[in-house]
Design a protein around this ligand. Sequence first.
Ligand code: DGP
Ligand code: NA
Ligand code: NA
Length: 242
Amino acid sequence: QPTDTSTRRGAFIVFEGCDRAGKSTQAAKLVEYLQNRHKQPLKNDETSIASNLKVSETMTNNSNDSEVARLWKFPDRTTLIGKMIDAYLKKTKDLDDHVVHLLFSANRWECMNVIKNILMSGTTLVVDRYAYSGAAFSAAKKDLDINWCKSPDIGLLTPDIVFFMDLEPEEAVKRGGYGKERYENLEFQKKVRKVFLDLKDSSWKILDARQTIPELHQQIIETAEEVIKKCESIPFSENLWK
Ligand code: DGP
Ligand code: NA
Ligand code: NA
């Protein structure tokens, strides 16, 4: 246990993958695990665990210093930009591919200050989707090129680890099928997975998402513990794809 708690920061942990790979389930289970692991024996308050598990509802939320871990989700559909993204995904609004790409990126940028403050307060942030989804879903489109797609996200906070939940879209579709949102079809998801795998960098740990929920959770917590420990003593960097 480090003695100087003022310099400890939380880890920035990202989950990525195609639709229906199990990201949201594993992200929530990791947050729950971290909160329970750090729970004080005398402070067994289940309601506070439940409320910490809620996805943050507004970017102006203040971080709570005593929080061990917190769940975040991109796109954050609650902001003004997020509402445009939501309308696009639900197909109630059509937008030019370039425009929607920039909106997704802006939706990440508008959250950066809040995210940095959360990490600096010592809270580990577990993020369901990030800039890799941004590049993969857009570059899978015919007219958008990968370098153009990466450029608006250059300089975002760099994740300390990216858990890439890898599942062939043919397998994903067997899991009760896709929903009705844009992008949720087999041919497109196959293209997305291809781009994702090209984006792999040293921050990635690729997980075989065909495994059971407990098997995946075990691998995730082991790696997450190592990363959280390592992060306590190193500053975070704002140089994604620089
Ligand atoms: P989700 O809320 O995780 O189901 O994501 C909604 C959909 O949007 C999903 O198909 C993935 C896609 N998506 C997530 N982030 C981005 C992004 O930055 N850009 C694009 N074009 N699509 C994204
Ligand atoms: Na989805
Ligand atoms: Na493309």
